[in-house]
Design a protein around this ligand. Structure first.
Ligand SMILES: [Zn+2]
Length: 309
């Protein structure tokens, strides 16, 4: 089956995955009217076209779109009289228990759970399972914002298209950081050894009550994995500062690379603060304590977050 040329990139990618999941999609033959003879996974040998190619269609004198019903007669298999090696192999591997039932429609079952298809069971089957990392809760914490978390996740894994990587691939002519114009742009530098980004995240962490010297994302993530495990206001604010700073610094970097309208560190810090404040202003039922009230005052967050309604 070919993917239509006008299909979107997403559809083409999904079509490419079909061979991965097809072995777990089983067609159960009833009257054979809805099951493709060569393409569907109804026979114990699997999809017959995948196993034997075009010759099986030619040998049995059917078309590629033939249904299983074309080899059924009165609830019995109606195999062709002229039989070559391929036909004989198919017949020999057809169990006696596999018989058509004219009174039943064909059906499809998902073999992984014997029930209906589920994305979770398919994903669990095809994905590579790796050990759970200790830092996942720092990125995907309870109050995480998806657009921040995705960029942060990629940054922690070192998967963003930083200039040091792009230059190795021959995509950009130089690897100079566009934020400070004084060092190689790498994940380590951008987050947050660069003086531009270091100033922003350092100032915001200070408002949360954390004073830092040199700020490195890997160190902060490691520290937070052990010390920022709760979902209280202070812990959440710390994680939001890390994620939102990283997100906006990456946007600013892209903005400078592609559009060339730079903002200074103070301006970008205001943007990060505003974004965090907007998210926090929607919170309710925050524990009313002197520490939390002080934090709300420092971040100019409404007292409404303490309401119980
Ligand atoms: Zn820099």
């Amino acid at each position: 089956m070919c993917t239509p040329p006008s299909s979107s990139w997403t559809i083409k990618k999904i079509f490419k995955l079909r061979n991965l999941v097809q072995p777990w999609i089983k067609s159960v033959v009833g009257n054979g009217l809805e099951t493709f003879l060569w393409l569907d996974n109804w026979h114990p040998l699997g999809p017959l076209f995948s196993r034997y190619g075009e010759r099986v269609v030619f040998n049995l004198g059917r078309s590629l779109s033939s249904k299983v019903a074309s080899i059924i007669n009165n609830d019995s298999w109606n195999w062709p009289r002229r039989r070559n090696a391929v036909t004989k192999e198919i017949i020999e591997n057809t169990p006696t228990a596999l018989v058509p039932h004219s009174g039943q429609s064909d059906s499809v079952i998902w073999l992984l759970n014997g029930q209906g298809f589920s994305i979770k069971s398919a994903w669990d089957k095809i994905r590579e399972v790796r050990p759970v990392v200790a830092w996942w809760k720092v990125v995907w914490f309870k109050a995480h914002i998806p657009r921040w978390a995705i960029i942060q996740w990629l940054a922690v894994l070192g998967r963003l298209a930083t200039k040091d990587r792009l230059q190795k691939w021959g995509v950009v002519p130089n690897d100079v950081c566009v934020l400070c114009d004084a060092a190689t742009e790498s994940h380590l530098h951008l987050f947050f050894l660069c003086p531009y980004s270091s100033y922003i995240v350092g100032q915001l962490l200070r408002i949360c009550g954390y004073r830092r010297g040199l700020i490195r994302l890997d160190h902060e993530i490691g520290w937070a994995s052990q010390h920022m495990t709760g979902n209280g206001l202070q812990q959440s604010l710390y994680k939001m500062v890390l994620a939102a700073s990283l997100y906006h610094i990456w946007l600013e970097r892209n903005n400078r690379v592609f559009q060339g309208f730079p903002r200074d560190a103070l301006a970008l810090m205001s943007v990060v603060k505003l974004d965090i404040r907007s998210c926090l202003s929607l919170w309710r039922r925050v524990k009313r304590s002197s520490k939390n009230q002080r934090l709300c005052a420092l971040w100019n967050i409404s007292q409404a977050v303490f309401s119980t309604v």
